[in-house]
Ligand binder design. Sequence first.
Ligand SMILES: Nc1ncnc2c1ncn2[C@@H]1O[C@H](COP(=O)(O)OP(=O)(O)OP(=O)(O)O)[C@@H](O)[C@H]1O
Length: 349
Amino acid sequence: MSTLQAEHVYKVFGRRPGAAVRALRDGASREELRTDGATAAVIDASFRVEPGEIFVIMGLSGSGKSTLLRMLNGLLEPTDGRILFDGRDLTALSRRELRHVRSTKISMVFQHFALFPHRSVLENAAYGLEVQGADRADRERRAAEALELCGLSGWQDSWPDELSGGMQQRVGLARALATDADLLLMDESFSALDPLIRRDMQDQLLELQKTLGKTIVFITHDLNEAMRLGDGIAVMRDGRIVQQGTAEDILTRPADDYVASFVQDVDRSRVLTADAVMTGPGAGCSCGCPTVTPDTPLADLCAVSARVPHPVAVTGTDGAVVGTVAQDRLVAFIGDEHRAPVRCEEAAA
Ligand SMILES: Nc1ncnc2c1ncn2[C@@H]1O[C@H](COP(=O)(O)OP(=O)(O)OP(=O)(O)O)[C@@H](O)[C@H]1O
């Protein structure tokens, strides 16, 4: 499993990129650079993706996501800063070494499935292995395994145009998985799919991730998708990462008004879980009423809370009470209200 790290990475397109980075460090704005003919696509991006983690880079169009992703797989060279893959500086590798890393350690899954129309599903899934130079029997075996993982066994001999959009994207995913690469880079991979199929794909990715434990960087402009998938999320705006954290961090402590305006439409009851709202275990509960686990979404916690006449106990894997959630606190979190509750007479005063 692999670690990926970006250290103060900049990418400037256009005139005098080195001078533009110095100007940015001295406080110049992106607009000022633009009048000088330079576009600062990525500005001072730093993050670390741990092995087996799904790291989501989220931002609107033009915020710099794709440029950042292309630097992560060495397709673009940073104007400044370093990309470390398993501790090795990608920018310091020779072309040959970089090609080797890209074909064996890193796989990409694109938004538009990029399948070859005149190759069968199996041949499409085997494409990355062909690039690696694997022999035919090996490629077919590994591609068939990957297709099975993605729920496509039985479709090996079909042509891409016989498959629905969701299935084609699964072939794209199988192609990325077949190579055994540790790092998957997914660029808006589910954005072209209908909402229900998109949700299915997200579930399937989370399911696969449990067994395969890849290190995944996932680009999206959809905050709900980011929150469903991401162990860690970076929110980009105008080339900068304006906030990094878990879905809960971003939802409950947005770094600025921009992030706050983004999260206002998120369904908090589905994203937040019991451990975000629980307080200390207190006296616990011995009456045998229903309890929840820390990863229970608030929507499900509400259902339990409605049936229990006192705070709901949150229990760990060993059954011990690790926290409690009072109903007023639960309602406050769903309503994005963090102040202490007030009593009627105080409210009226
Ligand atoms: N090759 C290039 N030359 C000049 N400017 C570029 C180049 N590639 C990207 N840019 C600019 O860099 C900025 C960031 O673009 P980028 O494509 O990385 O954003 P994005 O968040 O991925 O957007 P989208 O979701 O629309 O792809 C934009 O202003 C874009 O116009």
